[in-house]
Design a protein around this ligand. Structure first.
Ligand SMILES: CC(C)(COP(=O)(O)OP(=O)(O)OC[C@H]1O[C@@H](n2cnc3c(N)ncnc32)[C@H](O)[C@@H]1OP(=O)(O)O)[C@@H](O)C(=O)NCCC(=O)NCCS
Length: 190
């Protein structure tokens, strides 16, 4: 794919602010590009979502937005997600949108954003915010394939929704941290 190198100028994700320039953002999927340009800031300000961006200078080249919401116990909830729970609404971390500008795709920036979102979700959960699972709404089948790389599994009824149980995510992140610590030749932090 063509594109501009995402060099070291791309810093870690930060919260979207009105100082960011979103006017040129194009990820190739109009609904996702338009959402960033027209609605993201407003949605964040109203407390509905939170949008994290990566930018070069102030120009946004990738984003994800999330919300902590709940899903109903019945109907379309995955059996593993609702196993052992009373029949109340189930709190989830919804990774609602993810997109990288076409000029910067296939440089692991999407991966970086997904990992950032997953760590953020896990951090909330270990800080005692009840979150049963991380859920993504894939925009199409390609996106579903992309998310399956991160261990998301399809939601049984709604074909575009995928989930990752929080306890599985925390286990994976802990294992990764221990491997990293072992490589560095020291004991993992507790
Ligand atoms: C999907 C998307 C976020 C991936 O981000 P990215 O930075 O381009 O991808 P990464 O560099 O992290 O990952 C690249 C890998 O994912 C694969 N990949 C990239 N886009 C993909 C897609 N749409 N579907 C499936 N796989 C995809 C690449 O083939 C590559 O695989 P490889 O590492 O085995 O070569 C980005 O392509 C994008 O914004 N697409 C348009 C919007 C979209 O579809 N969003 C999906 C969420 S709703």
């Amino acid at each position: 794919m063509s594109g501009t190198r995402a060099d070291s100028l791309v810093k870690r994700p930060t919260a979207l602010t009105k100082a960011h320039d979103v006017s040129q953002f194009d990820c190739g999927k109009q609904t996702l590009s338009d959402w960033l340009k027209k609605y993201a800031l407003q949605s964040d300000q109203s407390g509905h979502t939170k949008t994290m961006v990566i930018a070069q200078e102030q120009r946004v080249i990738g984003y994800y937005s999330f919300a902590v919401v709940s899903v109903e116990h019945e109907d379309n909830t995955s059996p593993r997600v609702k196993k052992g729970l009373a029949r109340y609404s189930i709190p989830i971390f919804l990774l609602a949108r993810l997109a990288i500008d076409v000029n910067y795709q296939n440089q692991q920036l999407g991966r970086r954003l997904v990992k950032h979102a997953l760590k953020r979700a896990a951090l909330l959960a270990v800080r005692d915010i009840p979150i049963r699972a991380v859920v993504v709404d894939a925009i199409d089948d390609e996106a579903k394939r992309y998310y399956s790389n991160f261990d998301f599994e399809p939601w049984p009824v709604d074909g575009m929704r995928m989930w990752l149980l929080m306890k599985d995510l925390i286990k994976t992140l802990n294992a990764a941290q221990q491997t990293k610590a072992a490589r560095k030749g020291r004991k993992p932090a507790r």
